[in-house]
Design a binder for this molecule. Sequence first.
Ligand code: ADP
Ligand code: MG
Length: 233
Amino acid sequence: MIKPVVIKVQNLSKVYKPRGSTIETIALENINLDIEEGDFVALAGPSGSGKTTLLNMMGTLDKPTSGDVLIENIPLSTLGPSGSADLRLRKIGFVFQAYNLISTLSALENAEYVALLQGVPAKRRRHEAFHILKDLGLEQHVDKRPSQLSAGQQQRVAVARAILAQPKIILADEPTANLDSKTGAELIDLMRAMGQNLNVTFVCATHDKMVMDKSRSIVTIHDGKIVSQTRIS
Ligand code: ADP
Ligand code: MG
């Protein structure tokens, strides 16, 4: 069965040139990539290869220098700031280090947060958030603040928050970076299982071999270029 392409990266390049600086960094150079619905993709490559930059472009968090990303056939270049914000809210979940949990909210409130922005009614939101946290093994921790949770528990709350919003795509930047190997493996298994059940497409930037081993596709980038692409199953 041919699956629809949910993320299409077309001739995408990104050059960083800090304001007032003459130094240019070519972070991505002519990237072309199709990601199918329901895939679980590891975006692999060493530090500085351009993984975060590519995720930021896919997530409309930054703009390419040239080329485009299409999300469900919508070219992101055609969206203004409010269109981008709306697409992010409706279709894209983030599990980013920089998008951490809100320290003053409980695990449950954090998990509910994006659903709240989406206007999901309070009762339903709370009910669903509780169930996802329970599935993620956090039943005993729903009332705790992030500072009272381990790194692995916090990362699971971030996954719960992303999944609860029912996005089409979840972009994760080094989701296992702060976790021990067992917790990291459990988190990836949970993400895969939830992705399969809900038909979510995952893209995980990572240099963790375990994540690559558990992924269905591996896209490797080096110095801003795709050097290999493998499909495991
Ligand atoms: P990775 O996530 O694979 O470690 P990045 O996408 O963060 O790689 O970075 C790719 C390249 O772009 C690196 O050379 C990095 O130094 C550079 N870079 C990333 N963000 C910026 C920025 N905001 N300004 C200037 N250079 C940047
Ligand atoms: Mg990075």
